[in-house]
Design a protein around this ligand. Structure first.
Ligand code: PRX
Length: 652
């Protein structure tokens, strides 16, 4: 066993600052501080050097070019994400290494292991199937799949033929699927009959059918994960296993331009309408590859497990492209962490000898609550590194993760990034450190991150401000919002201008340059690691014919980080009741999905409004958090606040 990470105890205030072990320093790809200065002096050169590690059909002519909302990387270069994920390793003689381990939820089912060669074969076959269905380079393909290996196969197949995928989280509702398929203009959708979740067979095909209705989708490829006993729409629906049977396994990877669209991924903004974040091929490939390698210390033979869902950016970059481009084994688990019992996570780590675990604070808090007895039953000594992502982590969860799961020897890499960034932006590196609870760390080498005040001036160390990323932008940064470049400009480049990307996150920095993320500064919530706009939940609730007005705010939650709380004014004549509450929850389930369910629905007579009639969510937020409500003099109806204080049991 490697030596324990040292505590720095000289300064009691900094007692929780950890440094890499000697073993980690020796093994890590980078362990010398100088990487930061070197990358800072020439960010373009830095990224270009990393890009050289990938396979290019044609080398780029120029590394970076900037124009407002039109920045480009690796201009003139040609490459393919799937080629870099699969063919590159096979050509190097590593085709028999395991690329993917898929662990089904039912314990009586065997895990499936696919080598790089086998994955390559399945990906090539599906790529040919898609071509046969008329999918051409540039055509968008919808993917609505659960956590099964076919989700990775489908993304890779799309990448292989240059058809941008648009993956929709499988727990999202049919309405969410429909909106995304329409916006993306997808003619083909890949889905499954269902999957297992908490021992129950979930029918996904039913949701896919409802969601495909009224969209451009003409063909639906259905993976048989369950018994296949679902209605098939003649002429539209086709079984995946039948399609791949008779098709060739030869499908040369399409030579994609660096700036060709690789995929769309919809995420929440501040309005009710999710935005299709665009990622292009070259920059995304380079940053996904190198961040996966350096952040998670990926080496030959590693068995790396990212517990995110493939429906989120974390799943795209750190289950699929990042680890596969590095040639390691990526683990996927289908189901819930408490099936058959609360030890499942640790059982999987022991069984597959996982070397790196990347998960979310919300999950860590849940494991902590379940108690030490679960992890202590298993051998977790294969773990070398731990990662966290998605929301700020609290110190208690960090220390528990570090001591109980990492045995005090594994660094915790707290990665801050976003759907828009495509890959990690701020986190300390395993061979350099330090690892400090609640602190993500320094921007990745080559990333220029600054904390600014509202006017755009950098704030001094220790003071709060807004995190901004400066040009030369990191290569994987989004190139736009699909079909809405105006929104792209307004959302990210109106605050500080075109050369400073606005992240919507608050942060502070210490004298050493370590960044602590304090959370979103807009109306975007982080519910159990799922990004959600309060406006989305509001517009879902407002679709009920019982509701006259609604306001949604977030409230802190012990496990989930944040949860939505809804203030609802019912239409006159509608009685307040638990029945109506249930009905409203159902409405949210059917319009967005269960992840967006309000934790509480409070029926009220009135909500505070400005004189111009705008709901003052700031006050509602203070009320549910027991914080000072501030100035009420500009309200149209200040009396509403007293009434609300009673309703929520306000004691602030
Ligand atoms: O507020 C930040 C939070 O998650 C937001 C991005 O959400 P999404 O696009 O869904 O991507 C999540 C996975 C990358 C950010 O604006 N966030 C993400 N990682 C962290 C975080 N907050 C604090 N610490 C993190 N490590």
């Amino acid at each position: 066993m490697s030596e324990a990470i040292k505590w720095v105890e000289k300064d009691p205030l900094k007692k929780n600052v950890f440094w890499p072990t000697k073993a980690m320093k020796e093994r890590a790809w980078v362990s010398d501080e100088s990487i930061y200065a070197e990358a800072k002096a020439d960010p373009e050169g830095f990224w270009a050097r990393q890009a050289e590690e990938l396979h290019w059909f044609k080398h780029w002519d120029k590394a970076y070019e900037f124009a407002p909302q039109n920045y480009k990387w690796f201009i003139g270069g040609k490459l393919n994400l799937s080629y870099n994920s699969l063919d590159r390793h096979i050509e190097a003689g590593h085709g028999d290494r395991i690329a993917l381990i898929w662990e089904p939820e039912p314990v009586d089912e065997e895990a499936v292991k696919l080598t790089y060669k086998e994955l390559h074969r399945l990906v090539s076959k599906l790529a040919n199937v898609l071509k046969g269905l008329g999918v051409q380079k540039g055509d968008r393909v919808g993917i609505y799949l659960p956590m099964i290996s076919e989700a990775v196969i489908a993304m890779q197949a799309c990448a292989r033929i240059g058809a941008p995928h648009s993956v929709v989280f499988s727990a999202f509702s049919p309405d969410s699927l429909r909106d995304r398929m329409i916006d993306a203009g997808a003619k083909v959708l890949i889905t499954a009959d269902g999957y297992y979740r908490r021992g129950k067979a979930i029918n996904l095909k039913k949701s896919a059918d409802a969601g495909a209705e009224g969209t451009p989708v003409e063909k639906v490829v259905v993976v048989k994960r369950l018994d296949g006993n679902v209605p098939m729409n003649a002429g539209r629906d086709l079984w995946y296993h039948e399609l791949i049977e008779g098709v060739s396994a030869e499908c040369p990877a399409e030579q994609m331009d660096s700036e060709d669209l690789a995929f769309l991924l919809y995420t929440s903004g501040t309005t009710g309408k999710p935005k299709g974040i665009m990622h292009t091929t070259g920059g995304y490939a380079v940053q996904s590859y190198i961040t996966a390698k350096w952040d998670f210390d990926l080496h030959e033979g590693d068995i790396y497990w990212c517990t995110a869902d493939v429906g989120w950016i974390t799943g795209h970059t750190y289950i699929n492209y990042g680890p596969l481009m590095n040639g390691v084994t990526s683990v996927m688990y289908e189901g819930a962490p408490d099936v058959p019992d609360c030890g499942r996570m640790w059982a999987i780590i022991e069984e597959h000898k996982i070397t790196q675990l990347y998960t979310a604070p919300t999950a860590i808090r849940m494991f902590l609550k379940w108690g030490d007895e679960w992890p202590s039953k298993y051998d977790l000594s294969s773990l070398r590194l731990l990662g966290t992502v998605g929301e700020p982590i609290n110190i208690g969860a960090w220390l528990w993760y570090f001591e109980r799961i990492g045995g005090g020897r594994c660094p915790i890499i707290d990665t801050w990034w976003q759907t828009e960034s495509g890959a990690t932006l701020v986190n300390n590196l395993p061979g350099i450190g330090p690892f400090i609870p609640t602190v993500a760390g320094r921007p990745f080498p080559g990333v220029i991150g600054r904390i600014l005040d509202a006017g755009g001036s950098p704030v001094p160390a220790g003071e709060g401000g807004y995190l901004s990323i400066f040009s030369p932008f990191p290569p994987a940064l989004t190139r736009g919002i699909y079909g809405d470049m105006e929104r792209f400009k307004v959302q990210y480049f109106s605050d500080y201008g075109p050369e400073r990307y606005y992240t919507s996150d608050g942060a502070r920095v210490d004298e050493m340059g370590n960044v602590r993320i304090t959370g979103r500064v807009d109306d975007v919530m982080n519910v159990a690691g799922h990004r959600l706009a309060t406006a989305e939940v509001e517009s879902a609730l407002a679709q009920s014919d019982k509701v006259s007005e609604v306001a949604v705010v977030s409230r802190p939650h012990d496990i989930k980080g944040e949860v939505p709380v809804a203030f609802v004014l019912l239409k006159s004549g509608v009685e307040r009741s638990d029945e109506i509450r249930k009905e409203l929850i159902k409405t949210v389930d059917s319009i967005i999905g269960p992840t967006a369910r309000p934790d509480e629905i409070i029926f009220v007579d009135d909500v505070p409004k400005t004189r111009s009639g705008k709901i003052m969510r700031r006050i509602l937020k203070a009320l549910v958090r027991n914080e000072p409500v501030g100035d009420l003099t500009t309200l149209q109806n200040p009396g509403s606040v007293d009434h609300l204080k009673e309703m929520v049991g306000y004691s602030g």
